[in-house]
Design a protein around this ligand. Structure first.
Ligand SMILES: C[S@@+](CC[C@H](N)C(=O)[O-])C[C@H]1O[C@@H](n2cnc3c(N)ncnc32)[C@H](O)[C@@H]1O
Length: 273
C-alpha cells in the first residue's frame, strides 16, 4: 500500500499537507499560549519538540526504569527520531526508548510521502534505527513489548512515560473513545499524555469530510482515562518561568510524576525549516 492510498481518502493531496500532517515533525509548533488562549509571539514561545526534550531530560535524571516516549500516530516520526538522536547515548544504553505507532504503515512508507529538506532529514534519521515502530491496530499495543539494546524486554502496558498525540487518534480514529481508553492502558501514574488541543474539536472522517468533534465527548473520555489511571487534567504550565501560561496541548499528568515545567530555549525555537 502506498502513502497516497492511505491518505488520499482522508484529506486529498498528502504533499500539500505533508509538513503539518504526516512528517510527525512538531519542532515548529508552539506549546504555550497566553492565559486568555491567544497566541504568544513565536520568539517568546517554546516548541513542542523542545518541551518533550526537556521533559525526557528531566525524567532521565531520576528514573529507575527505562524512560519510554511514544508518539501515537507519529507517521514519518520526524520529531520522535530527532529526540532519539538528541539522546542517542541514553537510547543506546537502554535508558530511553522512543516508540512511533501508526495504524498501518512503517516510517519509511510515510517518508516516501515527504518532500524537501525534511524528507532528507527524516530518511537520514531513519537509517540510524534509534526508534521502535508499531504499525498495527492500536488496541493491541498495550499487550506488546519492546526489546532494548541491552537484551531486556520492556512491556508497554502502564509503562509509557510520555505520550504525544497530534492529528492522530483523537482527531482521526473513527471511534476515538475506545482508542483513548486503550491509550490509558499504556499510562501509569508516572505518565504524561499530551494531545493537541485543536484535535479535541477539529476531527476528520475517513470519507474526506472535515467535521467538528463533540468536544464534550472527547473531554469526557479523557476524564474517564484520567480517573481510571490516577491522572490529573492539566491545561496550564505548572512550574517555571511560564507558570500559569496556557498550553496548546491538553495534558493528563500522573500524580506521581513531576509537574509540567517549561524552560525557555536559548536562541528560541526555529519557525519553519
Ligand atoms: C495525519 S497523520 C499524523 C501524523 C503526525 N502525528 C503529525 O502530526 O505529523 C495520522 C496518524 O494517525 C494514525 N491513526 C489514525 N487513526 C488511527 C487509529 N485508529 N489507530 C491507530 N493510529 C491511527 C495514522 O496511522 C497516522 O500515523
Amino acid at each position: 500500500m502506498t502513502i497516497y492510498e492511505v491518505v488520499n481518502p482522508c484529506v486529498g493531496d498528502p504533499y500539500q499537507l505533508q509538513y503539518q500532517s504526516y512528517s510527525g515533525g512538531y519542532r515548529d509548533m508552539r506549546i504555550l499560549q497566553n492565559k486568555d488562549g491567544t497566541q504568544l509571539p513565536d520568539a517568546e514561545n517554546v516548541g513542542v519538540q523542545d518541551f518533550i526534550g526537556q521533559r525526557l531530560g528531566a525524567l532521565l535524571q531520576n528514573s529507575n526504569h527505562p524512560v519510554v516516549f511514544m508518539d501515537v500516530g507519529g507517521a514519518a516520526g520526524l520529531s520522535a527520531m530527532r529526540l532519539a538522536k538528541q539522546y542517542e547515548t541514553e537510547v543506546r544504553d537502554s535508558k530511553l526508548a522512543v516508540v512511533v505507532t501508526s495504524a498501518n504503515l512503517p516510517i519509511d512508507e510515510y517518508i516516501k510521502g515527504l518532500r524537501g529538506s525534511w524528507a532528507d532529514e527524516a530518511a537520514a534519521l531513519n537509517q540510524e534505527g534509534l526508534v521502535h515502530q508499531k504499525h498495527t491496530d492500536f488496541t493491541s499495543i498495550p499487550d506488546t513489548s519492546i526489546s532494548l539494546p541491552d537484551g531486556t524486554t520492556y512491556d508497554l502496558r502502564e509503562g509509557v512515560d510520555v505520550v504525544h498525540e497530534r492529528l492522530s487518534l483523537t482527531a482521526w480514529a473513527p471511534n476515538f473513545a475506545p482508542a483513548l481508553l486503550t491509550l490509558g492502558e499504556l499510562l501509569s501514574s508516572n505518565s504524561l499524555y499530551m494531545v493537541r488541543r485543536k484535535d479535541m474539536t477539529e476531527g476528520h472522517n475517513l470519507d474526506g469530510q472535515f467535521r467538528m468533534r463533540p468536544v464534550w465527548a472527547v473531554g469526557t473520555t479523557q476524564a474517564v482515562v484520567a480517573d481510571s489511571r490516577g491522572l490529573e487534567i492539566i491545561d496550564h504550565c505548572e512550574e517555571g518561568p511560564y507558570s500559569g501560561y496556557g498550553l496548546t496541548y491538553r495534558m493528563l499528568r500522573g500524580l506521581d510524576t513531576a509537574p509540567v515545567h517549561i524552560e525557555p530555549v536559548p536562541g528560541g525555537t526555529p519557525w519553519k525549516p
